[in-house]
Design a protein. Structure first.
Lengths: 515, 290, 339
């Protein structure tokens, strides 16, 4: 069993940002290799580099002894290197059988001329057998005539694997095959991967479901910030200190949050400006009751209960894909609920759009910041007030919180560094004097020092009475600043309680690392 | 054969008119990602408003201009509310086709009501002449250039300084971000159409004094303008204006120096050549395949 | 499959009987035009319905073929050779346009094809020495066939039925070609490209090469249709091949139903009939009605008439909750995709 694929010092820059840095590893024939790492670690970029959808800035990709760096996807496919995609891609308008037939393109010959006379019966028979065999392997034979677009989510993902199989690869690259699946489904899919391996195809998998990956892969390669952290057997890798830190985060010394304030008046204060009163009789600014949300076929949240009390910082942590961002988008009104209810400041928000919720006192600082790149810092901040004039005192207060922004008032937002953009996004969210601030992955991609600055700003905000629902993959940081926390796993609340307690609980490690 | 300077001067008016239309298209593309082909009809309507206002109603040309802009605005907003907005949940191809359909309808309605005769509006300042660097410029050409400059300036100020203008820019730069902060897209989209309609109407009115027109200019102008927009990279304002410059210059220079008939050809061929090397337009973002 | 067979037989019978049922000179003229348009739309459908490529300059290739055949037959070539020349000329044009244009995606591709259509019109208008430009090319010889001693000249000004049947032969060939291409490996590759180009690449389809091939084939067939038109009208002017005409083809394709074999038959028939009824009104009003029909159809029947009928039929036959892929007649789905 020799070496099938080798990455040599693969590097890819996007402008000033290095997504993948000097990455080298190999895949042996016949193994199932897992490529893991926290969100934004560069895994998908690596895939794109290997499969011809991106050209590397430097480095080589060697497949079966041949330098294939930079070859376009279809030529790689012809050499036996095939991939699936992160967001399910099948030919929705074709039937399951047609999908597989199309994907068997390389097993046939001929172009339009042949079309006129038709393929030889022997060839047609061989094709039919091939298609049937593939469908059999993945278990979709019963659905052969159905439209691919009408399949259930799990079936579509399986069909996707079937398409890759039909191309008869030597090496199959699977991009997040377990996304949106629960334990049972992931397990079944992993079995399918083993069956594929048994049939002679080597497999390289990217995914976040650590438990499944650790159990099913022969070896793991861990990357973070585009750099290889560890490589080896799952047992060893998941116990590696650096890996644990990469997944669960770390935090420089931060002070603990102030104990929660809650006076009888019920009004909060931001920067010297009073915010409207809460509904009488409610201490909670946010309440989830039995909330379920689906993205199309993916069950992102299942029957979730949570609450954020006035003046609290509540952290929502969990591995990537657990449903954290979905929860925030549901609060914001960007997603509809499948079932359950959400109450904002004591008021049920069903049917209210994002603008109305902002007027109620909500602000959302989204994952990826979503600033307006060609507008100045000041203009971005102004946009935080969707209707009506901008309150200069509030603006002044934001500048006090984030002095860096004041220095760069007229600079275009796109030219700011990542950390500054994050501060800008938070500042923008504060412009509407919210009572509840939703923060989605504020420290993503930030150097530890900047992450700490953000953490400190958060604490200061909270001192002033703003309640915060903080979503973070960096569990350690989140638990350091929060009063209470919930841990999400595959759309369910797995753990909850005071942050101080959860910090010590080993259960969290299990959720993140499956160890 | 005229001097190059003269040609460049002549080019300016073609350029500036294309720039107005291209700007409107860019605004709509940026905010809604719709290729609003019907804008060509608004240009045409602007020309006809000028014609009927000056000859039929006896109004001064200077009144016809704001009138045409108002009509263009209203018509554009109607298009948005009646056609594009209801179709927004359909695919881009569907909206594209609907836009083509709208263009067809409006162009032919004009044909029905106004007839196919070529019209020309008597332009103000036509008799005045200026000598600049050895070339002559008519008073009306100066008027066009200054009107366009004023309009562009006003639009720029609107986008830069007014709250709704800033929101428009925000939505076109990052729709997701705009929604998250609670911006109401409907208002912004409506304003984008109103503005684009006004610009197209103005361009048509100004053109009516120089080029004889009939309803078919609707399609011709919008195709050229749209090609400019694509060439420059969709949704980017400076690109649209520079692109217009390119086309205006190419057309006029070729026409004057080589052969009038090949004028349009050069502009288009150049555009295609550029698109080949920069498949996302001159100013468009260069992205990875996925 | 069974329904399609029924329609096919009925359609063929109707097509053959038509000039005898509608025996006025005008009606027969319209029939010839319908037939030529069917060939054109069928070729365009290979791109639009088959590959999701919104090509908006197709009439240009028709024009290239028309002028090629007209000029060569005028110079003494035999009519059949003229047809071949038209095919080759249009194919070359398709190659010249397709190779650069297909490097672009989406809106960009569509606008470039639109521009190219305009460029071709400009060239036709300005190369006066060759094409006599806007004054028009007259004196195009009638089609003349010579087979084993039997000889016939199709004097289409007075006698249209014979030429109609000649055209029908080509219609049959074009439809057959479209059908077979759709069901072949090549057609599947196009369907894949239409569905998801990146995914198609990953399963080994050489997308660029496949698209260019399809483009050239479509252009070639359009060229043949152009030649047929040239020897029917025996007069050519660039006015017949403008972007408006390209747009009309586009409308006919969508109206009939992109991605089906029958769509290109239904579309032109419907539109030519409607427009002749509307002719009592005025060309402008008829175009207004076109525009309205287009918008209505796009919204109500996004898959065109044939697609819509099929959907209704499928729903009537049951199968609620699960979409059945149905017989992929043209080998591809019937929805449209942005360029």
């Amino acid at each position: 069993m020799g070496e099938l694929l080798r990455l040599e010092h693969l590097t890819r820059n996007f402008g000033g940002f290095t997504a993948v840095s000097d990455l080298s590893f190999h895949v042996d024939e016949g193994e199932v290799l897992g490529l893991v790492g926290p969100n934004g670690a560069g895994k998908t970029t690596t895939f794109n580099l290997v499969t011809g959808f991106l050209k590397p800035t430097s480095g080589r990709v060697v497949f079966r002894g041949e330098d294939v760096t930079g070859l376009p996807p279809h030529q790689l496919a012809r050499r036996g290197l095939v991939r699936t995609f992160q967001h399910t891609r099948v030919f929705a308008a074709l039937s399951v059988e047609e999908n597989v037939r199309v994907a068997s393109h390389m097993r046939e010959r001929g172009g339009p001329l042949r079309a006129l006379f038709g393929a030889a019966p022997a060839e047609r028979e061989a094709l039919r057998e091939h298609v049937a065999a593939v469908l059999q392997t993945v278990g979709l034979s019963g659905r052969r005539g159905d439209l691919a677009g009408g399949l259930a989510y799990g079936e579509q993902r399986v069909l996707e694997i079937a398409l890759a199989l039909a191309a008869a690869p030597r090496l199959l690259l699977l991009d997040e095959p377990f996304a949106g699946m629960n334990e049972t489904e992931s397990s079944r899919t992993m079995d399918l991967i083993h069956a594929i391996r048994a049939a002679g195809t080597t497999v390289l998998v990217i995914d976040h479901h650590m438990r499944t990956m650790a159990r099913g892969c022969d070896r793991l390669v861990v990357v973070d910030y585009g750099v290889k952290l560890a490589e080896g057997e799952p047992e060893a890798v998941t116990n590696d200190e650096r890996v644990i830190r990469a997944y669960m985060g770390a935090s420089e010394e931060l002070r603990a949050p102030q104990p929660v304030r809650g006076g009888p008046s019920g009004a909060g204060v931001v920067g010297g400006v009073s915010t409207p009163e809460l509904q009488v009789g409610t201490a909670d600014v946010l309440r989830f009751e039995g909330v379920s949300v689906s993205y199309g076929r993916v069950r992102a949240l299942q029957d979730v209960d949570l609450r954020v009390g006035r003046g609290e910082i509540v952290a929502l942590v969990g591995a990537n894909g657990a449903g954290k961002t979905t929860a925030l988008r549901a609060v914001s009104g960007l997603l509809a609920l499948g079932s359950g209810r959400i109450e904002l400041l004591g008021r049920p928000v069903a049917g209210l759009g994002p603008a109305a919720r902002v007027r109620l006192g909500l602000a959302h600082c989204p994952e990826g910041r979503e600033i307006f790149p060609r507008m100045s810092v000041r203009e971005n901040l102004e946009m935080g007030v969707p209707v009506g004039p901008v309150d200069e005192t509030v603006l002044e207060h934001v500048y006090e919180l984030f002095p860096r922004l004041r220095e760069r008032t007229w600079q275009s937002a796109g030219s700011l560094s990542g950390g500054e953009q994050q501060m800008l996004a938070i500042g923008r969210a504060l412009m509407s004097s919210p009572q509840l601030l939703l923060l989605d992955e504020p420290t993503l991609g930030l150097a530890p020092l900047l992450a700490r600055e953000v953490g400190e700003a958060l604490l200061r905000l909270n001192d002033e009475g703003v309640s915060v629902l903080l979503v973070e993959q960096n569990a350690v940081l989140a638990l350091a600043v929060a009063h209470r926390a919930y841990v999400l796993e595959n759309g369910n609340i797995a753990l909850s309680g005071p942050a101080a307690e959860l910090r010590e609980d080993d259960a969290i490690k299990r959720v993140y690392l499956g160890a | 054969m005229e001097t190059v300077v003269q040609l460049v001067l002549n080019a300016l008016h073609a350029t500036s008119l294309y720039a107005l239309v291209a700007l409107g298209l860019t605004l709509i593309l940026g905010v809604l990602d719709i290729a609003d082909f019907a804008q060509g009809a608004l240009y045409m309507v602007g020309a006809y408003v000028a014609y009927y206002a000056t000859s039929g109603l006896g109004l001064s040309f200077f009144l016809a201009l704001p009138l045409a802009m108002a009509v263009g605005s209203l018509l554009a907003m109607t298009n948005y509310v009646a056609v594009y907005r209801p179709l927004r949940r359909f695919s881009g191809a569907t909206t594209f086709i609907a836009a083509l359909g709208l263009l067809l309808i409006l162009q032919n309605l004009a044909l029905l009501f106004f007839g196919a005769d070529f019209r020309l509006v008597r332009a103000p300042f036509a008799g005045v002449r200026f000598g600049v660097l050895g070339a002559t410029w008519t008073g009306y050409q100066v008027f066009i250039a200054s009107s366009v400059a004023v309009l562009l300036l006003l639009t720029w100020l609107f986008l830069k300084l007014t709250p709704i203008g800033k929101r428009l820019r925000a939505v076109s730069q990052n729709r997701k971000g705009a929604l998250v902060v609670g911006l109401d897209p409907f208002r912004v989209e409506l304003v984008a159409f109103a503005l684009a309609g006004a610009l197209a109407g103005a361009a048509g009115t100004l053109a009516s004094g120089v080029n004889a027109f009939d309803p078919s200019i609707a399609a011709i102008v919008v195709i050229t303008a749209f090609a400019i927009v694509l060439f420059a990279g969709m949704g980017r304002v400076p690109g649209a204006i520079l692109g217009a410059l390119h086309v205006g210059l190419a057309e006029t220079l070729t026409g004057g120096l080589v052969n009038t008939q090949y004028a349009e050809l050069t502009a288009f061929v150049l555009m295609i050549v550029v698109l080949l090397f920069r498949p996302r337009g001159l100013f468009g973002a260069q992205e990875a395949k996925l | 499959m069974r329904w399609s067979l029924v329609w096919l037989v009925l359609g063929a019978a109707a097509a053959i009987a038509a000039p005898h049922v509608f025996d006025s000179l005008t009606a027969r003229h319209l029939l010839v035009l319908i037939a030529i348009n069917v060939i054109l739309v069928s070729s365009l459908d290979l791109l639009i319905g088959g590959a999701g490529l919104l090509s908006l300059g197709h009439a240009g290739f028709m024009g290239v073929g028309a002028y090629a055949s007209a000029l060569l037959v005028k110079a003494g070539w035999a009519f059949p050779l003229g047809i071949v020349a038209a095919l080759v000329a249009a194919a070359v044009a398709g190659l010249v346009v397709g190779v650069p244009a297909l490097r672009l995606k989406g809106h960009y591709f569509s606008v470039v094809t639109f521009i190219v259509g305009i460029i071709i019109t400009i060239l036709m208008t300005n190369m006066v020495d060759l094409t006599r430009g806007p004054m028009g090319l007259t004196g195009i010889p009638f089609a003349r066939l010579e087979l084993f001693g039997w000889e016939h000249t199709f004097r289409t000004i007075i006698e249209k039925v014979g030429y109609y049947y000649l055209t029908l032969v080509f219609v049959a060939l074009a439809l057959l070609l479209r059908w077979r291409l759709g069901r072949s490996r090549f057609g599947r590759a196009l369907a894949a490209i239409k569905g998801d180009e990146n995914l198609a690449e990953s399963v080994g389809i050489a997308t660029y090469r496949t698209k260019v091939t399809a483009f050239v084939i479509a252009a070639a067939v359009a060229g043949v249709a152009g030649a047929l038109y040239a020897h029917y009208a025996v007069f050519l002017s660039p006015d017949s091949f403008t972007f408006v005409d390209s747009f009309d083809l586009f409308v006919m394709n969508l109206l009939g139903g992109a991605g089906t074999v029958l769509g290109p038959v239904v579309g032109p028939t419907f539109l030519v009939v409607v427009s002749s009824l509307l002719r009592n009104l005025s060309p402008a009003l008829s175009h207004v009605v076109y525009g309205v029909i287009l918008i209505v159809v796009i919204v109500v029947l996004p898959s065109g008439i044939v697609g819509g009928v099929r959907n209704v039929a499928a729903r009537l036959q049951g199968g609620a909750g699960r979409g059945r892929a149905g017989d992929a007649e043209a080998g591809s789905g019937s929805g449209q995709r942005a360029g």
